[in-house]
Design a protein around this ligand. Structure first.
Ligand code: IMP
Length: 421
């Protein structure tokens, strides 16, 4: 389909990178629509390992790679990724960044860290990459945008104005060292020189590509339940990972999105704080974590693990308009003779529901209702799934009324079964 959105259907880390990597081969443009260096994906291609925070994985397929207005860019991280790619012989001439995207500045990182420290037990568990403070300045209309890098005078002036206020916060509220204007201005001037050729009108690029019938993949970072509006607030990120965020970020009409592929693990993980109804209790949690290698790519934190939650997934289907589902890491469940799946929540008043609670207190205090499905206890090595694994996948598709078209069966890049064309 010409415009396809790939969206995380859970709390992030669903294995989107692998699905994007697969679909990127059949796309002309690969476009990232929100988030920043809080995301991280590792791709192994032809024996080489690549770690990206900003860069869409399409870069390894020499596709046009575009970062939209909804992203926040840390120039230091971005320049490092560009340099590393170039050093390894991969051209970055196909990379474009929206001039409307906002910059993550050093004070954003310092405030993110200071704020989490101050919150103590109430902290969100952010990646401490400055994401929330950068989006907050954007909403407050105090942000510095990528296009400001193109005008040295404006850039310096904006840094000066920002520092006058941010340094007061850094020193008086968070008790950390203030930032120095001259050093910062010089550093950002050098980033500006390096980034200049990549700055583009990304809305126009995507519009033209769609008019020409080219295939555009719009890639979300994080996941549905981390969405600022529709996720499990306040334990969310500060952008819109849901599919509609793609239209906003690239300035295209929502009717131009043809397909929404939701990516979900065959179980659930979450990093950071916040309620998690289907979280596994007991030793099976460690077993899933070990088998699935569930440690954060950005922070190295242990991910919390839970059984598949169909209530949350049904919500993701609804708020994203998911048209098909990729179920990743099904192989991780091969070790279990019985697999619990959360089919409903029991609310504090005893009522059971298949619908995700709209009220935070219901969500915070609900209990999962599990149905036990038989395991398959064999490797997923063949061209077809073992009958019990196929039944597991069919149960998910039937419960959500959405086809599961891709199934992840192992760690390697090509361990994906296509169930339907
Ligand atoms: P922030 O995006 O760094 O502000 O973090 C806010 C919340 O989103 C925290 O719970 C993070 O752990 C979570 N988060 C942010 N990025 C990712 C990601 O790429 N995968 C999973 N969780 C994430």
């Amino acid at each position: 389909m010409p415009a396809t959105v790939i969206v995380g259907a859970q709390w992030g880390d669903e294995g989107k990178g692998k699905i994007v990597d697969l679909l990127a081969q059949h796309s002309d443009l690969v476009c990232r629509y929100q988030g920043g260096p809080n995301a991280g994906h590792t791709i192994v291609a032809e024996g080489e390992k690549y770690k990206f925070h900003h860069m869409p994985s399409g870069i390894l397929h020499a596709k046009e790679c575009i970062l939209g207005a909804g992203c926040v860019i840390d120039p230091e991280v971005f320049v490092r990724e560009l340099d590393e790619l170039e050093a390894r012989g991969i051209s970055t001439g196909c990379v474009h960044v929206s001039g409307e995207a906002h910059l993550i500045m050093p004070w954003h990182v310092a405030i993110d860290q200071g704020s989490e420290r101050r919150l103590g037990e109430l902290q969100i568990g952010t990646t401490k990459r400055g994401i929330g403070p950068a989006y907050a300045d954007k909403a407050a209309r105090l942000g510095i945008r990528v296009q400001d890098l193109l005008e040295p005078k404006i850039l310096r002036q904006k840094i000066e104005v920002a520092l006058a206020e941010k340094n007061v916060w850094l020193e008086r509220v968070y008790g950390v060292e203030p930032l120095e204007l001259e050093e910062l201005a010089a550093r950002y001037e050098s980033f500006a020189q390096r980034l200049r050729p990549y700055v583009a009108d990304t809305s126009l690029l995507v519009d033209r590509a769609l008019r020409d019938g080219r295939f555009v993949l719009l890639e979300g970072a994080q996941g549905t339940l981390l969405d600022l509006d529709h996720g499990t607030y306040p334990f969310v990120t500060s952008s819109s990972p849901i599919a509609a965020g793609a239209a906003v970020s690239f300035g295209i009409g929502p009717q131009r999105i043809d397909e929404v592929v939701g990516v979900s693990k065959a179980y659930v993980t979450r990093v950071g704080e916040g309620p998690f109804p289907s979280e596994i209790t007991g030793p099976a949690q460690d077993r899933v974590r070990e088998l699935g290698g569930e440690f954060g790519t950005v922070t190295g934190r242990e991910r919390r693990c839970g059984w598949l939650d169909l209530v949350a997934l049904r919500f993701a289907v609804r708020v994203n308009g998911i048209t098909s589902l990729a179920l990743t890491k099904v192989d991780v469940l091969s070790d279990f003779d019985e697999i619990p799946v959360c089919v409903r929540y029991r609310l504090p008043d005893g009522e059971e529901t298949e619908d995700f609670p709209a009220h935070q207190s219901d969500f915070h205090h609900c209990e999962p209702v599990f149905e036990m499905l038989p395991g398959w206890l064999e490797e997923l090595a063949g061209p077809a799934l073992p009958p019990a694994a196929a039944d597991y996948v069919a149960f998910v598709a039937g419960s959500l009324d959405v086809p599961v078209t891709l199934v992840g069966t192992g760690a390697s890049r090509d361990a994906v079964l296509a169930l339907q064309p």
